[in-house]
Design a protein around this ligand. Structure first.
Ligand code: GDP
Ligand code: MG
Length: 163
């Protein structure tokens, strides 16, 4: 089976925005019907000639965070079962939440590589507030702006090293 990267995280952190961005380049190159597959939860992408499949677990999002809480174990388990690597996305706008701790605890127990991504770091001024995520007990995170694409290159450079 090919390399599979799952994007997990609370609703509204920016998972689908990153998913669409990762697919964009590939579609622009090989798919003349670009845009048609935007709503799919699985997509093909590549980085430096390495092909991989991306899963947007937002397909299992159900709107509010309350309901999402009940779905967390299922969603994370699906991602862990299916993926070779996991992107755990949080965002600097809302900061670190109880749900984030809960998701991270589940991911930590998997034997899959987990890449911790702090999204919505749209400019240098969000780098400092992002340091609060060290409270999770992590050694490294990637700051990203899925909206502009900045930071995605450094993340993908490291992810494809797993493959
Ligand atoms: P999901 O629920 O995790 O899939 O999140 P979405 O991708 O649907 O994004 C939720 C909201 O955050 C949308 O309004 C996006 O436009 C916005 N968003 C996503 N990424 C960024 C980012 O890097 N910066 C900013 N400022 N907004 C973002
Ligand atoms: Mg989504």
């Amino acid at each position: 089976m090919s390399n599979i990267v799952a994007i997990v995280g609370r609703p509204n952190v920016g998972k689908s925005t990153l998913f669409n961005r990762l697919l964009e380049r590939r579609e622009a190159i090989v798919d003349s019907t670009a845009g048609v597959t935007r709503d799919r939860h699985y997509g093909k992408s590549d980085w430096n000639g390495v092909d991989f499949t991306v899963i947007d677990t937002g397909g299992y999002d159900v709107g509010t965070e309350d309901i999402f809480e009940q779905e967390i174990r299922k969603q994370v388990q699906l991602a862990v079962d299916e993926a070779t690597s996991i992107i755990f996305m949080m965002n600097v706008e809302e900061g670190l939440t109880d749900t984030d701790y809960e998701i991270y605890e589940l991911l930590r127990r998997s034997n899959k590589p987990v890449y911790i991504v702090i999204n919505k770091v749209d400019s240098a001024k969000e780098e400092l507030p992002a340091t609060e995520f060290y409270q999770l007990g992590i050694e490294k995170y990637y700051t990203l702006s899925s909206a502009t694409g900045s930071g995605t290159g450094d993340l993908l450079d490291d992810i494809v090293k797993d493959f």
